[in-house]
Write a new protein. Structure first.
Length: 311
């Protein structure tokens, strides 16, 4: 049985990862300070004898003997990471440093949950891992974009200098049950508005292109990456490569939710990327992975989750 640490383990992705790791018969330690994670997400897990929750801020060092570390701790939606940008960049950098130092002390493998945001507003499509990105280093999104870019730098420098076992994945838009109501991400925003028959708020003209990966598929990709041979360190893109405009996504959610909602349009936020689409060739080759869940199926499951919250 492996002893696995998940930082940010009470968040959207972290909760699903903890559940899956327990299902695979591991002992799981969940670290979270509930900045964006929620205690409700892990209430049932606390009953499991192989699960341990530690209230902890990843900006401070944590020590326990560990076999593997998944570093997921960081606010991941603009509404959250822009609320306290200095704290966001501290969490990206200090969290990476503390996870890496723990990896050195316990000889553990450390996986960094990086992001498609490191590509900024990309000038090529699809985005492959060799693309260096087009990021505004002083914009309102840069606390997250540059924080995650710096975290990747730390991971690769630690690997070169200390020969630590690292894994780096770049996560594209992910959705599914356990997203927060106040998450601020487009899928949860649209679903909540549709269920309340309120207008769906679309930024700009709704022509921005995104790909959406169902959470179960993403978690499988994370675990497959952790279980690769030592020489496979990444970065590797994880996400869906099926593209939708915001208008198409809104129409799809209105239909699936059987909603009477209309669409309204508002000003496009600063530095909002026009298009995001991952090149998944490395994931296919190195992980034998690609997303399986159809967008309609995944959205239906997510809509049901939010319906139950409101009932």
């Amino acid at each position: 049985m492996k002893k696995i640490l998940v930082t940010g383990g009470a968040g959207f992705l972290g909760t699903h990862l903890c559940e899956k790791l327990l299902e695979l018969d591991n002992y799981v330690i969940c670290l979270d300070n509930f900045y964006t994670g929620r205690k409700e997400n892990i209430n049932k897990l606390i009953e499991n004898k192989k699960f341990k929750f530690v209230y902890h801020d990843i900006n401070e060092f944590f020590y326990e003997e560990i076999d593997e570390i998944y570093n997921l701790a960081c606010p991941a939606s603009p509404i959250h990471y822009q609320r306290n940008p200095v704290q966001t960049i501290k969490t990206c950098i200090n969290g990476a440093l503390n996870a890496l130092e723990l990896g050195i002390k316990t000889n553990a493998k450390v996986l960094q949950a990086s992001t498609s945001e490191i590509y900024g507003d990309p000038k090529i499509e699809p985005q492959s891992e060799s693309y260096w990105g087009n990021v505004n280093p002083i914009g309102i999104r840069s606390c997250y974009d540059e924080g995650k870019r710096c975290a990747e730098t730390l991971f690769f420098d630690y690997q070169r200098q200390y020969d630590i076992l690292i894994k780096v994945v770049r996560i594209f838009n992910t959705y599914g049950p356990k997203m927060s109501i106040n998450d601020g991400r487009v899928v949860s925003n649209f679903i909540i508005q549709a269920l309340q028959n309120k207008p769906l708020t679309i930024y700009g003209k709704g022509n921005q292109l995104r790909c959406f990966c169902y959470v179960d598929d993403l978690i499988e990709g994370l675990i497959r990456m952790m279980n690769t041979q030592d020489q496979t360190i990444g970065p590797i893109n994880l996400g869906s490569d099926q593209v939708f405009s915001m208008n198409e996504l809104a129409d799809k959610i209105i239909k699936l939710a059987k909603s009477d909602s209309k669409k309204i349009y508002t000003k496009l936020p600063e530095d909002d990327p026009k298009s995001r689409k991952p090149n998944l060739e490395l994931a296919k080759i190195k992980l034998n992975w690609r997303p399986k869940t159809n967008i309609d199926e995944g959205l239906a499951l997510t809509i049901d989750y939010f319906k139950n919250l409101f009932n």
